[in-house]
Design a protein around this ligand. Structure first.
Ligand SMILES: C[S@@+](CC[C@H](N)C(=O)[O-])C[C@H]1O[C@@H](n2cnc3c(N)ncnc32)[C@H](O)[C@@H]1O
Length: 473
C-alpha cells in the first residue's frame, strides 16, 4: 500500500463508523469508489478519505436532532440502542441497487426480499459471530447475507424446494466439485448443439435410457412438450450421476431454475398454460448455461465467505415449533394471506425433483387456495391471527431476550377486505412479550409485479422491528 493511501479499515476508523457501514455506503453508491492497489485492495487517497469523513459527519450532523427525537420515543436499551433510530432514517427503497450479485440470482423465487434489506438489518442489529435466523427462508437471501457479514445463519422453510435452493446458495463448493460441474455443463452444451441440428439419433431409445428419471405426475404431458420431457429426464439422470453431493445438489438447482421457462407454465407467478414453442435442444442449451452460471457464482461465493461461519437449513413447518436453539436476531419476510401460492407456482419443479408437493400444499401459510375457498372451510383473518400466535409463542423462546425480530410484510385483501398485516402482527407479538421499536414503510419498485392480479397492485410494505423484552415488561 502506498504511503499516502489508506485502507478501508483505516478510513472507517477515521470516519467513526464500522467497516461494514463504509462498505455498504460504497455498494449503495453514496460515496465514490476509491482506487485500488496492486493487490486490488481499496486504497483511499487523502482526498477520498476526507470525503468519507465529511460524508459521515454530514450524516450525523444533519440527522442528530432527528435521531435524538426518535430515540426519545423508543424504549430500547443495551448494545443496539442507537441502531433502531438510525435504521428509521435510512432510505429503504434501494432504487437501482444491484440485487443479483453472488448466488442471489441463481434461481427465481417469488417475493424474495432484496439482499440490501437483510444486510442492513443484520449489520445494525447484530455483531460478528452472532446467529441470525430466517424462519421463512425461501430462497436463502438472508442466509447468504448473514454469512457474508460474518454471522452464523439458520434458515427454516416448509418448502423442500426452498431448502434445496437455500443450501446451494450458501454452500462453499470446492474446486473439484466445480470441475465436475463444468464438465457436465460442457457435455450438455454439446448435446444441445447436436440435438438442435438434428444430428443425434438420441431420442429413439431415450425413454428406456431415462426410465428411472421420467416423471409420472398427473398432467406432465399437459405442462411439457414430449421432447422437453426427454431432455429434462436425461439432464436429471446426469445430475444424479455426479459423484459429489454438493455438485449433485447444485446441478439439480440449475435444472430446477429452467423448468418453468421450458414448460408451458406462463411464468413463475402464473400457473396457466401457454405454448412457448420450445425447440429441440433448447432445454439442453438452457441447462448448460444455467449450470455454468450457477457454478461460477457458487465459486465466487466460496471465495468471499470465510469458513468460520456456518449455516443450517432446516425443512420444517414453523407451526410445529421446531427446537432450533437460541438465536440473536430474526430477519424474515413471512408468508401472508393471499400473497402467493408457492405450492402451485413451484408444482412442476417440485414434482420433477421428486419432492412431496401435496404435503407442502397442506401446511403452506397464506396460500391463495386456502383464502379463496368459500364456506366454513375457507381461511379468514382469524386463521392468520392464530398462526401468528403460534409463531410468536415459539419465537419468544428461540430469540434471546432484548434481541430483535424484523419482519418485512405487506397488506392482504381477504374476501374483498383490506387487512393491515403489520398492525395484526404487532398486536399478536405484543401479547408474547415483544416491544415495537419501529414500523418503517418502504415503496416497492413500480416495475415489480403485483402479487395476485385479483387483489391488485401492492405498492408498499412495512419493515416491522420488534424487540423480545424477555420478561422485562
Ligand atoms: C415471502 S417467502 C420468503 C422469501 C425469502 N425472504 C427470500 O428472500 O427468498 C415466504 C416463505 O414462507 C414459506 N412458508 C410458508 N408456509 C410455511 C410454514 N408453515 N412453515 C415454514 N415456512 C413456510 C414459503 O415456503 C416461502 O418460502
Amino acid at each position: 500500500m502506498a504511503k499516502d493511501t489508506y485502507t478501508t479499515h483505516q478510513v472507517a476508523d477515521m470516519a467513526g463508523v464500522h467497516r461494514d457501514t463504509l462498505l455498504r455506503w460504497l455498494r449503495e453508491g453514496r460515496i465514490p469508489e476509491p482506487g485500488r492497489d496492486r493487490n486490488n485492495w481499496r486504497a483511499f487517497s487523502r482526498e477520498e478519505a476526507d470525503a468519507v469523513v465529511r460524508f459521515a459527519k454530514g450524516i450525523s450532523e444533519s440527522n442528530l436532532a432527528k435521531v435524538a427525537e426518535r430515540q426519545a420515543s423508543y424504549v430500547t436499551g443495551g448494545a443496539y440502542s442507537q441502531s433502531v433510530p438510525r435504521l428509521s432514517l435510512l432510505d429503504w427503497d434501494f432504487v437501482d441497487a444491484n440485487t443479483g450479485f453472488l448466488t442471489h440470482s441463481i434461481h427465481p423465487y417469488p417475493a424474495k426480499f432484496i439482499p440490501q434489506i437483510p444486510n442492513t438489518l443484520i449489520q445494525e442489529l447484530s455483531s460478528i459471530g452472532d446467529t441470525v435466523l430466517d424462519p421463512f427462508c425461501g430462497s436463502g437471501t438472508m442466509s447468504v447475507e448473514a454469512l457474508r457479514l460474518g454471522r452464523h445463519a439458520i434458515g427454516l422453510d416448509a418448502n423442500p424446494l426452498s431448502c434445496l435452493i437455500s443450501k446451494v446458495k450458501t454452500t462453499k463448493i470446492s474446486q473439484s466439485e466445480a470441475d465436475e460441474l463444468l464438465g457436465l455443463a460442457d457435455e450438455i452444451k454439446d448435446l444441445g448443439q447436436q440435438t438442435s441440428l438434428g444430428n443425434l439419433p438420441l431420442f429413439p431409445d431415450m425413454p428406456s435410457f431415462t426410465a428411472a428419471t421420467r416423471p409420472t405426475f398427473r398432467g406432465v404431458e399437459d405442462w411439457f412438450d414430449e421432447h422437453v420431457i426427454d431432455e429434462l429426464a436425461f439432464v436429471k439422470k446426469k445430475c444424479r450421476s455426479l459423484t459429489q453431493e454438493n455438485a449433485r445438489q447444485l446441478a439439480l438447482v440449475a435444472m430446477s431454475s429452467i423448468i418453468v421457462t421450458v414448460s408451458r407454465q406462463d411464468s413463475d407467478t402464473r400457473y396457466v398454460r401457454r405454448d412457448k414453442n420450445t425447440q429441440l435442444g433448447d432445454t439442453f442449451s438452457r441447462f448448460s448455461r444455467a449450470l455454468l452460471d450457477t457454478t461460477q457464482k457458487a465459486l465466487e461465493f466460496a471465495r468471499e465467505v470465510d469458513s468460520r461461519w456456518n449455516v443450517q437449513i432446516i425443512e420444517a413447518n414453523i407451526l410445529d415449533q421446531p427446537d432450533i436453539g437460541s438465536v440473536d436476531l430474526v430477519v424474515c419476510s413471512p408468508p401472508y394471506p393471499n400473497a402467493y401460492s408457492y405450492h402451485l407456482y413451484h408444482r412442476t419443479r417440485m414434482l420433477w425433483l421428486d419432492m412431496n408437493q401435496p404435503d407442502f400444499k397442506k401446511i403452506e401459510i397464506g396460500s391463495h387456495r386456502k383464502y379463496s375457498r368459500k364456506g366454513s372451510n375457507g381461511a379468514t383473518v382469524e386463521t392468520f391471527r392464530g398462526e401468528l400466535d403460534t409463531i410468536f409463542a415459539w419465537l419468544a423462546r428461540q430469540l434471546r431476550p432484548k434481541r430483535h425480530a424484523c419482519f418485512v410484510i405487506g397488506d392482504s385483501v381477504i374476501k374483498g377486505e383490506k387487512v393491515k398485516n403489520d398492525e395484526l402482527l404487532i398486536k399478536v407479538a405484543k401479547k408474547h412479550g415483544f416491544v415495537l421499536e419501529a414500523n418503517i414503510k418502504r415503496n416497492l419498485q413500480a416495475t415489480r409485479k403485483s402479487f395476485n392480479p385479483k387483489i391488485g397492485k401492492i405498492r408498499d410494505e412495512h419493515i416491522v422491528i420488534l424487540r423480545n423484552a424477555g420478561g422485562e415488561l
